[in-house]
Write a protein that binds this ligand. Structure first.
Ligand code: SAM
Ligand code: SF4
Length: 410
């Protein structure tokens, strides 16, 4: 028997898919193409509304013989819309209990909780969840409803897993959580302590982490990043809006002044840091004045990258109770305007890297080009006659693009 997984969503969803893959393979069911699969699993995310249409579009093209499974961060309301079309709707939080409904997953009986399920790994990058769930209830967000409350994984288990992966030759380890900064709810060991423990593991590897919430981002974390060569100079710090009134309506408990202070502290300690953010345009009540504040923030901070989303009301959330005041057309226009600003600031920052020597980790080799990320998480393309995927290499930067770099192998 064979399975195939289709993933819609963020890094956490992608990591969950690797865990689902592990479950099936432990039970002697192996990965295949979508057409040949007996089990077709759709691991989706309800964070944006469009996912229901995407899933419908997908399953309409499928043959009837397959067992269709829906899982992921899918809100009850979206599950109801799709329920009739799937054989099983499975809770991702209870991955360790899937065998109760799907007979073929018999090996699962031995697992006690989500964290005990390993992931199917593909070198050189490994993703490790250090916590699941979220307690923040940002007013627009479905995550707390679909993933439940925050649960942190014991630090010694995380460190052991990192040791094991590094020994096997993994070169880049991601520590994952919806808000990694509140790991263990700030109790000992907190996130900064965990970063130090993971970075004390011997071996040649990098550490990255995501996502960070500005409200829990401390000076202690900055010092931990600075303390180790293994922790890369890359930070995704979602701001969501540049306007204090909108931040308050979003239930994001910080002001733009606080956010700017964090950024200036980071940059004064780690000037080379690559800083990215998440932004939502068209949140209810975002008028021209509020949007101008977001534009100004992008111009001031000069992010290396921003993941810009158009607000989409999600059932169950607080924001869904208020009117969605900004038209879709206007949301599109605002997103486009922010992208234009971002392209300029990102390219200017990339240009400053021309002439630098950087270490990068290629993960792809195509048309004589090595493609990967630099230590600072910039996309890089380097000409090479050999495939060095999975090995750290050095390159001299020769060219800057809007969101990436080109260089020569040295
Ligand atoms: N935990 C992270 C944080 O606090 O920023 C992010 C997790 S969330 C799943 C990923 C991104 O999706 C958010 O940063 C936000 O920009 C976007 N997002 C979440 N809900 C949204 C909604 N209802 N409409 C549009 N974008 C949304
Ligand atoms: Fe959603 Fe906010 Fe939690 Fe991030 S911190 S997952 S945006 S509720």
């Amino acid at each position: 028997m064979n399975y195939h997984i289709i993933t819609y969503g963020c890094q956490m969803n992608k990591n969950d898919s690797k865990r689902i893959a592990y479950l099936f393979e432990e039970s002697g069911i192996y990965e295949s193409s979508e057409e040949k699969s007996d089990f077709l699993i759709i691991n989706a995310c309800s964070v944006r509304e469009r996912v229901v249409d995407r899933i419908r579009g997908k399953i309409n093209q499928l043959s009837e013989e397959k067992t269709l499974i829906l899982t992921g961060c899918v809100l009850d309301e979206d599950q109801k819309k799709l329920g009739d079309e799937f054989d099983h709707i499975m809770d991702i939080k209870n991955l360790h209990e899937w065998h109760k409904e799907i007979d073929e997953l018999k090996e699962l009986t031995k697992k006690k909780n989500y964290f005990e399920i390993k992931a199917k790994r593909e070198k050189p990058i490994a993703y490790i969840p250090i916590m699941t769930g979220c307690d923040n209830f940002c007013s627009y967000c479905a995550v707390p409803y679909v993933r439940g409350r925050e649960k942190s994984r014991p630090a010694d288990e995380i460190v052991e897993e990192v040791e094991r992966l590094v020994k096997k030759g993994f070169k880049e380890i991601w520590l994952l959580g919806q808000n990694v900064n509140s790991y263990n709810k700030g109790k000992k060991p907190d996130f900064a302590d965990l970063l130090r423990s993971v970075s004390s593991v011997e071996g040649d590897f990098w550490i990255r982490f995501t996502s960070s919430h500005p409200k829990d981002f401390s000076g202690k974390i900055i010092k931990a990043i600075k303390s180790s060569e293994k922790i890369t100079d890359y930070l995704n710090l979602p701001v969501q809006s540049g306007d204090n009134d909108i931040l308050q309506a979003m239930n994001r408990p910080y002001k733009i002044e606080d956010y700017k202070d964090i950024v200036s502290n980071i940059r004064s300690e780690i000037p080379e840091i690559t800083l990215t953010t998440d932004i939502i345009v068209g949140f209810p009540g975002e008028d021209e004045r509020a949007f101008e504040n977001t534009k100004k923030l992008l111009q001031d901070i000069k992010f290396d990258m921003a993941y810009i989303a158009r607000y989409s009301p999600r059932p169950q959330t607080e924001a869904a109770k208020i009117e969605d005041t900004v038209s879709n057309r206007e949301k599109k226009r605002r997103a486009k305007e922010l992208t234009q600003i971002l392209k300029k600031t990102a390219k200017n920052k990339n240009k400053k890297k021309i002439g630098d020597t950087v270490t990068f980790l290629p993960t792809e080799y195509k048309n004589n080009l090595l493609i990967g990320k630099t230590k600072c998480y910039k996309t890089i393309k380097v000409e090479s006659e050999r495939d060095f995927s999975g090995e750290f290499k050095k390159a001299k930067i020769t060219q800057a693009t809007d969101f990436g770099l080109k260089g020569n192998l040295i």
